[in-house]
Design a protein around this ligand. Structure first.
Ligand code: ADP
Ligand code: ADP
Length: 218
């Protein structure tokens, strides 16, 4: 479970994230909808401890990110357009992450298998398609077998097959009881993916409701 309380981020006199309070619950996909520039990425970065709030806070399973022991075992994330660089193979990229985070080596083959990259594990991600890069990012997010997963605009730029695959994976992870939080600027995408919906605009909370209620009222 993720709890945001009065989460706020200002850049100079611009308020990118404005007093957000909501809870993301386990066992379902929660969509995070808002137009470009609404503050979704900034919110997610603060949820992951990558950016500090101006005020307010985020609790993950009752703790702040910096208080979590082995954070990758609690929360995994795929951030927007975060391509993997460097000369390491896909396998070695995951190995470095595993070693840095006390994750058993045998998890690497499990996650490569899960995302369908076992056959190219020895290849360098530099030559990967966008879809394969996304899959490797997802493998990295799943490495610590976290109960909470966050995806920032995961289907942007993917072909229909890749979109379908990611959508099903998110639903599968939720069906296992995990907390899945996914952002998009497309209502059509959210409607096909999420059971619960949080909507923001100009940094402010506009809705926090079940998808069925949101569709019935809009
Ligand atoms: P979204 O992910 O919904 O597209 P962002 O969180 O990326 O929105 O951006 C929200 C607002 O905050 C935008 O107006 C953006 O320009 C601004 N912003 C984001 N990061 C910074 C930054 N590092 N410095 C200044 N302004 C920023
Ligand atoms: P086994 O069948 O031996 O459990 P798996 O590869 O299915 O092997 O799972 C290994 C670990 O990965 C288990 O702890 C399991 O809970 C976890 N796991 C299974 N499915 C997923 C998934 N979709 N995402 C993340 N971890 C998973």
């Amino acid at each position: 479970m993720i709890e945001l309380r009065g989460l706020t981020k200002r850049y100079g006199d611009k308020t990118a994230v404005d007093n957000l309070t909501f809870t993301v619950r386990p066992g379902m996909v929660t969509g995070f909808l808002g137009p470009n520039g609404a503050g979704k990425s900034t919110t997610m970065r603060m949820m992951l401890g990558l950016d500090s709030p101006t005020s307010g806070d985020v609790h993950i399973d009752g703790k702040r990110y910096d208080q979590l022991r082995d954070p990758l075992n609690h929360i995994g994330a795929l951030l927007e357009a975060k391509a993997v660089h460097g000369g390491r193979s896909a396998y070695n990229h995951l190995l470095c992450m595993a070693q840095a985070n006390n994750i058993p080596k045998k998890r690497i083959n499990s996650v490569l298998d899960l995302v369908g990259l076992s056959d190219v594990a020895k290849k360098r991600p530099k030559g990967f398609s966008l879809g394969m890069g996304q899959r490797l990012g997802i493998a990295a997010a799943l490495l610590g077998n976290p109960k909470i997963l966050m995806f920032d605009e995961p289907v942007n730029g993917l072909d229909p097959e890749g979109i379908h695959w990611i959508r099903n994976l998110m639903k599968h992870l939720a069906s296992e009881g995990r907390t899945v939080f996914v952002s998009s600027h497309l209502m059509s995408e959210m409607a096909l993916t999420a059971e619960h919906l949080v909507v923001i605009g100009r940094g402010k909370l506009l809705a926090d409701t079940s998808m069925a209620d949101f569709i019935a009222k809009n």
